[in-house]
Design a protein around this ligand. Structure first.
Ligand code: GCW
Length: 681
């Protein structure tokens, strides 16, 4: 029973509807799938496992193309007559895209899955199985799809001792001790899951990096993982500790302008590529939160990134350089620092450098306005960094459907090239025609039986992959797909549970950080509330720095009368955000310090409005509990119980947040709680 959780959205359960079953049985009565290469064999194996499970009988692979009902093959391998039928669709695909189409061939309708490349075939096969799991009508299917983003990459914050920074689903999947010889089935299932949603790269190690991973002892193990992942179209990246030349190379310096250092990195790249010819490259966190970097030697981010880019270039590798920088020695508003530091470098990076920017300017809060670097960096490929692991969102205990958050950011209009310059267009490279486009997700995966801790956190892994493939999908579609492949195709189950997922993100904002409040988490672990914390060594880590509550009011003035972070946005937005009346209320206290009696659009005072939001968050979680209760008939006892227990914790903790924040803020507002808000006791 519990093992079902392990299968993620690849359960391939028996199809219940008789008519669907019959139509699929017809569809696959003879399958032509020659395969013959590792990637294709993996696709074929997936089919060979999935179809009998779904249909209840073995699959017939045939050598006779002419008589087959389903043909899966690369375009260049197809007979001319078949090529002709899909030429137009195939012409429009990119290298990773695929076509799934019903065509008339030899006087009958057959289904065709084709692509320009092997990996396209793998993706097409997974998509076909996905459609079948959702009982979609495939009789006249005509579908052509290509990823809109080149690099769809997971970032594991996994340490070599298998602890996972901000990981809440057990220990790291990578069993360094048993590698390279022992290939855990998990590696294969991880690769299958990723490939099924189009994730095509993974960074194995934490950005707070350990240089040891670049030594031969570990590279041998990385090579073994890369070998498994290659068969699923997944490239391996590593984090590169900037001081590695000193730590593992016996050099006296890691100065990027020093020739010895440059040579060391070039040799390191050569050594890695000798083992892993398709190695992706390095992800680097430099001069951020105490990590070493070029600034230790009086150099800058461009010097550092370009030095590594030069080393990787001959082998086709990339440098992904993070822009998550802020300094305790700089009293500029933390939200402004990354933009200030990186904007002057626009256009100065080598062409195999991507700058990776978190979705917001502070740090993965339940809600933040989009990072002002999106749209502002015009000549530098910019990768989106989302956090799938729920550092500030209740770990793997709270049910929060993150595609809602991701899409809110992707849909935001930067106005940097006029209206319609959305973050999605920046990230997919279409706005400025960037050479590389990338979306990264900080993984929520660990060795828990169900991979992600909370069963619904699987939906966040799934949703990240889907959005990295197509950043224009809706949260509704993603939730629906995930529910149907994970739980049930029954509408009576799907509709209410989908609704629960879609409201869950707003619920967490309401009970943790409503109206633009942010970073009021307890210190270090970031789990519960800690808005009162004011004694940390770094002022920019203290919650009081962010909410600035006092007797007059609450919020961070980031307008032209305050830190002027608003000036980092395009003029249209700058103006909008400078005025509380035109600032979307969801960002109100992000940009403004306002009196407790400030009147909200609802007519409520700010104080009452804050209190009502906290209460609303609690009420929403109550509703989530009731919704789950009603879904009981559709669930196994185990499925029902595990989420029920988690939702009960979530309710308790939503109340904890409400009570803690309201009692604390009330010491400043000195106002009673409005009607409808439960009195904390
Ligand atoms: O906010 C911080 C997290 C750190 C993380 C850092 C980063 C990997 O609390 O745990 O370090 O962000 O993104 O580099």
């Amino acid at each position: 029973q519990h093992l079902e959780d392990y299968k993620l959205w690849l359960k391939y359960g028996r199809i219940e509807s008789k008519t669907v079953l019959q139509s699929y049985a017809d569809l696959v009565s003879q399958v032509y799938f020659p395969a013959g290469n590792e990637v294709l064999e993996n696709a074929k194996n997936e089919l060979a496992t999935a179809l009998p499970n779904m249909l209840g009988k073995p699959v017939e692979f045939s050598k006779n193309l002419a008589e087959s009902t389903l043909i899966i093959d690369r375009y260049d391998q197809l007979p001319n007559a078949l090529q002709k039928l899909i030429k137009e669709d195939v012409d429009n695909l990119n290298d990773e895209g695929y076509v799934i189409k019903t065509v008339a061939y030899n006087d009958k309708n057959i289904s065709l899955v084709s692509a320009k490349t092997n990996i396209g075939i793998l993706y097409g096969t997974f998509r076909l199985l996905n459609l079948m799991q959702m009982n979609e009508d495939l009789a006249g299917v005509s579908l052509a799809d290509s990823p809109k983003i080149d690099l769809r990459i997971l970032n594991h914050w996994d340490n070599l001792d298998r602890s996972v920074e901000r990981g809440y689903a057990g220990f790291s999947l990578w069993n360094w001790q048993k590698l390279p010889e022992y290939i855990d089935q998990r590696y294969i299932d991880y690769a299958r899951a990723n490939a099924s949603v189009g994730i095509n790269a993974t960074v194995l190690t934490n950005v707070n990096a350990n240089a040891l991973v670049l030594t031969p002892m570990y590279l041998e193990k990385v090579e073994a993982l890369a070998k498994v992942f290659r068969g699923y179209g997944i490239k391996v990246y590593l984090t590169a500790r900037f001081s590695a030349p000193i730590e593992i190379g016996n050099l006296k310096t890691a100065d990027p302008l020093n020739e010895e250092v440059q040579k060391w990195w070039s040799n390191k790249a050569k050594e890695i590529y000798a083992r892993i010819p398709d190695f992706g490259g390095f992800l680097v966190k430099a001069n951020s939160e105490g990590q070493p970097g070029p600034q230790n030697y009086g150099r800058n981010h461009v010097d550092g990134a370009n030095m590594m880019a030069t080393a990787l270039k001959p082998f086709g590798g990339n440098v992904i350089w993070r822009a998550f920088v802020y300094s305790e020695h700089d009293d500029t508003d933390r939200a402004k620092q990354a933009y200030d530091e990186f904007l002057p470098y626009d256009g100065k990076f080598k062409d195999n450098v991507v700058v990776q920017v978190k979705n917001g300017a502070i740090d993965f809060q339940p809600r933040e306005p989009f990072h002002p670097l999106f749209g502002a960096l015009k000549e530098t490929p910019i990768a989106m960094e989302f956090q799938i692991t729920q550092e500030y969102l209740g770990f793997s205990t709270h049910l929060v459907f993150l595609p809602k958050l991701f899409i809110e950011v992707l849909e935001a209009d930067t106005y940097q090239k006029g209206p319609g310059s959305t973050v999605a267009k920046v990230v997919d490279g279409s706005l400025y025609n960037n050479a590389i486009s990338a979306m990264a997700g900080v993984s929520n995966i660990g060795n828990d039986l169900n991979w992600t801790g909370h069963p619904f956190a699987q939906a966040n892994w799934y949703g990240f992959g889907r959005l990295a493939w197509n950043p224009y999908l809706s949260a509704d579609e993603i939730a629906e797909e995930w529910l149907r492949t994970t739980y049930s195709n029954d509408k009576k189950f799907i509709e209410p549970i989908k609704e629960m997922m879609l409201t869950s993100r707003e619920a967490v904002v309401n009970y943790m950080n409503p109206l633009g409040l942010h970073h009021i988490f307890d210190t270090g672990h970031h789990y519960g509330p800690g808005p009162w914390v004011d004694n940390l060594s770094r002022p920019d880590w203290n919650p009081v720095y962010y909410h600035k509550a006092d007797e007059n009011g609450i919020g961070f003035d980031r307008t032209d009368t305050g830190s002027n972070a608003t000036e980092q946005y395009a003029p249209f937005l700058e103006k909008k955000f400078n005025d509380p009346a035109t600032t979307p209320e969801m960002f109100l206290l992000w940009f403004h310090h306002l009196p407790w009696d400030y009147k909200l659009k609802s007519g409520n005072s700010l104080w009452d409005g804050i209190a009502l939001k906290y209460q609303k968050g609690v009420d929403q979680v109550s509703t989530m509990n009731a919704t789950w209760e009603n879904a009981k008939p559709f669930l196994t006892a185990h499925e029902y119980e595990e989420v029920k227990m988690l939702l009960q914790i979530q309710l308790k903790e939503a109340k904890w947040w409400r009570n803690a924040c309201l009692l604390y803020f009330q010491t400043f507002s000195k106002r009673p709680l409005p009607k409808g808000v439960e009195q904390p006791n």
